[in-house]
Design a protein around this ligand. Structure first.
Ligand code: UDP
Length: 473
């Protein structure tokens, strides 16, 4: 994708800065490949971001590529444990000792020969998250410039985070630089002069975020059986990542507990992976408990990926089943106002288009996480001008200015305050409109790809020995 595509949405002056960074990047990286390695091709924020950054990097003339490590259930059980621990949560409570390290290294080492046949000495390798950190020493010895990018973390350290860092520390002296989404996530043992703080970004032109006329939103939601709109004349077509056209399919077997959302309903929605730390169960319980104080036409919609579809997340089915149990335990009148939707992942572009339509249809988007690395599920509706109510933690706090570009919840376990904040927006159209438009401007200012790509070029400049350009945000 050409960087020119971004020009129309950038703040004045940003276009020239981006063009300058692109030129510098091309010079620095001539004859080298920038490899990104993570552990899933779809599902979750890292895959979402890589799609866009790779496309723009390649459009700018940089040979950026993306590899996905394979794992077995034992490997992903260990890495999911690390993921939960780094978020300050005990997760499945299992160990992180020598046996787990052996499993972790065995799986990664099994892929090293293939990796080193692709990566040339002098290339840059960006390893994403704990799943790939163990590759760092081997790839450094192979002669690559290794950078580790950690997308997760916790604002406070405790025994859980300490355990995860003890596991990862042996691998983390190898990278020449480590990137964190927030400075609070940086562990003490990483040398400060190797630390880079680079928050994520979204792509305004991806299938998930591109503008969609209301009629197309309705057509997509009707055809999939999510909302039975009548008299719809919008298009079912969408643009795929590769620029080709796709058409929304009917989904007669959709897993939609609670049935379709009535067309007249105003929707409070959370879209997340089925991960305990996103607390879909808490959103559901809060809505059910407070239902009498929520206007009658408001329905709750919880949306996550089909649990088969995210290869590095072994807990998703259990989380979804828990939510379905909570739903079943409610009286009929409450159940009718709460809907749990698993979105098919067999076509990731269609999935993205449907998330786009859902985020535009929602009256309020919530993200009541108990921990959050950054939270693209907050950035995405903000860019679409939706009012967002979300927990005051992790990267969410960097995105939302409370009362200005969204509403923050101080204690994410306080369900009463949570629903009270949601209702504040639901009963005040002016507030909703103000929060939505300020949210979009906040994203334009801080969380679009131009800032992100410029920071990468600044990092590569330092890694490859040049003088860093002044790439300030
Ligand atoms: N997502 C999706 N389909 C779904 C649920 C989530 O495409 O059914 C996307 C969501 O739109 C966002 C990403 O997954 O782009 C989640 O990223 P986030 O940073 O919020 O959290 P993570 O999953 O990385 O913890």
């Amino acid at each position: 994708m050409s960087l020119d595509r971004l020009s129309s949405v950038l703040l004045p002056g940003r276009e020239a800065a981006l063009a300058g960074a692109a030129a510098r990047g091309r010079d620095l990286l001539a004859g080298r490949t920038v490899w990104n390695i993570n552990s899933t091709a779809s599902g979750g924020g890292v895959a979402e971001m890589l799609q866009a950054l790779l496309a723009y990097s390649r459009g700018a003339g940089v040979d950026a590529r993306w590899l996905v490590v394979e794992g077995d259930p034992d490997f992903f059980a260990v890495t999911k444990r690390l993921h939960n621990l780094l978020h300050g949560s005990p997760g499945d409570g299992g160990p992180t000792g020598d046996t787990e390290a052996a499993t972790y290294e065995r799986v990664l080492h099994g892929q090293l020969e293939e990796l080193t046949s692709l990566v040339a000495p002098g290339d840059i390798v960006l390893l994403h998250d704990p799943q790939t950190a163990g590759l760092a020493p081997w790839l450094r010895d192979h002669g690559a410039h290794v950078v580790w990018r950690c997308h997760i973390g916790s604002d406070t350290n405790d025994e859980s985070t300490a355990r995860a860092w003890r596991f990862l520390e042996p691998y983390l002296s190898a990278p020449e630089a480590s990137i964190f989404s927030r400075s609070a996530y940086v562990p003490a043992f990483v040398e400060q002069d190797r630390v880079w703080v680079i928050p994520p970004s979204l792509d305004p032109f991806s299938t998930k975020n591109r503008p969609l006329p209301p009629a197309d939103v309705e057509a997509a939601l009707r055809h999939t059986g999510i909302v039975p709109f009548a008299g719809v004349d919008g298009s079912l077509e969408f643009e795929r990542r590769d620029g080709s056209r796709g058409t929304v399919r009917a989904h007669p077997d959709l897993r939609l507990t609670g049935g379709p959302v009535p067309a007249h309903a105003r929707v409070v929605m959370q879209v997340s992976r089925w991960d305990r730390l996103k607390d879909m169960a808490g959103v559901l319980t809060g809505f059910a408990e407070q239902v009498n104080s929520i206007p009658d036409d408001v329905h709750l919609l919880l949306v996550g990926p089909d649990s088969e579809g995210v290869s590095d997340d072994p807990e998703s089915l259990a989380v979804l089943l828990d939510c379905e149990l909570i739903w079943s335990a409610q009286p009929t009148a409450v159940r009718e106002r709460m809907h749990l939707l698993s979105l098919p992942m067999d076509d990731v572009d269609e999935n993205a288009h449907l998330v786009n339509a859902l985020q535009r249809h929602a009256s309020v988007v919530v993200q009541k996480s108990l921990a959050e690395g950054f939270g693209l599920t907050v950035t995405e509706p903000m860019w679409k001008g939706r009012p967002v109510v979300a927990s005051r933690l992790g990267g969410i706090e960097d995105q939302i200015v409370d009362g200005e570009s969204g509403l923050l919840l101080d204690d994410p376990t306080d369900l009463q305050s949570f629903l009270a904040r949601v209702c504040d927006v639901m009963v005040d159209d002016d507030l909703a409109a103000h929060l939505g438009s300020a949210a979009r401007e906040r994203v334009r200012e801080q969380f679009l790809g131009d800032r992100h790509l410029r920071q990468y070029v600044e990092l590569f400049d330092v890694l490859l020995g040049g003088d860093a350009p002044a790439a300030t945000v």
